[in-house]
Design a binder for this molecule. Structure first.
Ligand SMILES: *[C@@H]1O[C@H](CO)[C@@H](O)[C@H](O)[C@H]1NC(C)=O
Length: 333
């Protein structure tokens, strides 16, 4: 039998570890910057007078002058912040007998007892959802990083949905966020719009409708880049809904017909040919080897045609009068 006192010691130790782990994540809110556009300012969760300034994905924590609060809608420190009581005061005011979300953590909530917030924690792997007054498993809950993330930024802000480039989140006026889909395009956080997939760097390609029912393992293009492919497992009677995404080495592309990684100039592919190529010129898969694509930071910027009916030589990154028969473009309109 387990000695109850020993159990108490073990359990106490476990609690201590848990609370240390969660307090370590507290204060790391600079990471929120990865979700938002360059230059965004985010009120620090659980505070009114502190905010995070995002530049190039890095966050810097700043404080308002004494007595002021950060207003994300004005993008400035102000003397009075509407709703500040809710953001950094007592969230329980007027909500006796209800559960309210803790603005600093997804898995934490308060029970409001006679105006006093009593903190509680959801079971491991669950997030608190105020609208249903309950703890829900991750995929059923809406929490992104912290509860009520839209209270921290301006109304209507659009931000990344990290598990799928073809979606984004948008904050509404009530402080909630909804997931929205880009149709056959990817969300570009800098412009806040859906753009062609070859103009976005993405490591979370949509997995929907990629795999089919098969008795053997299959490799499928990610349909957005020339380098990336999915490994579909053979489940016999159902399709793999969660295939693993892989990439060919830099300079190599996935050949969807031969199902191998091959040198880029030998692979016909009209998806993003700049993925893994950095900033340089690469051969296009169109116009019979007369066209090239300008790559900037692994994204396609524009496609151009060599003058004087010249051919594009990817090895020299230049147009050439020598006839080029690269397999990726030879004989292709
Ligand atoms: C982010 O914004 C800063 C300041 O406006 C600018 O200097 C920087 O180049 C921007 N970075 C990117 C990746 O656009």
């Amino acid at each position: 039998m387990l000695n109850p006192r020993l159990f108490g010691v073990l359990f106490g130790g476990l609690l201590l570890v848990t609370s240390l782990a969660s307090s370590a994540s507290l204060g790391d809110y600079e990471e929120l910057c990865r979700l938002f556009k360059n230059g965004t300012q985010i009120r620090k969760p659980g505070t009114c007078d502190q905010y995070i300034q995002c530049f190039d994905g890095e966050g810097t924590l700043l404080s308002c002058p004494s007595g002021q609060s950060f207003d994300p809608n004005k993008n400035a420190c102000v003397a009075t912040l509407a709703g500040s009581n809710k953001y950094c005061g007592n969230r329980c005011e007027g909500l006796d007998g209800q559960w309210v979300s803790d603005p600093t953590e997804c898995h934490s909530y308060f029970y409001c007892s006679n105006g006093t917030p009593l903190q509680g924690i959801c079971p491991v792997g669950q997030h608190f959802e105020q609208s249903s007054q309950s703890c829900l498993y991750g995929s059923d809950s809406h929490c992104v990083d912290v509860n009520n993330i839209c209270e921290l930024v301006a109304d209507n802000t659009k931000f990344r949905k990290e598990d799928d480039c073809s979606y984004y989140y948008q904050c509404d006026k009530t402080g909630n966020h909804v997931a929205k889909a880009c149709s056959k395009t990817y969300f570009d956080v800098e412009s806040g719009s859906c753009v062609a997939t070859n103009k976005v760097e993405c490591t979370a390609h949509p997995k929907k409708d990629i795999c089919s029912i098969s008795k053997k393992m299959e490799f499928k293009s990610d349909k957005a880049t020339c380098r990336g492919y999915f490994v579909c497992r053979a489940f016999d009677t159902v399709a793999d809904l969660d295939p693993l995404w892989q990439q060919c080495p830099e300079g190599y592309f996935f050949d969807d017909e031969l199902k191998v990684c091959a040198v880029a100039t030998s692979v016909v592919c009209t998806h993003n040919r700049c993925d893994g190529r950095g900033t340089r010129l690469v051969t296009s898969s169109s116009n019979d080897c007369h066209n090239y694509i300008r790559c900037v930071d692994n994204k396609e910027v524009e496609e151009e045609t060599c003058h004087f009916d010249h051919f594009f030589d990817e090895r020299k990154e230049a147009c050439s009068s020598t006839i080029i028969y690269d397999k990726c473009c030879d004989g292709r309109d």
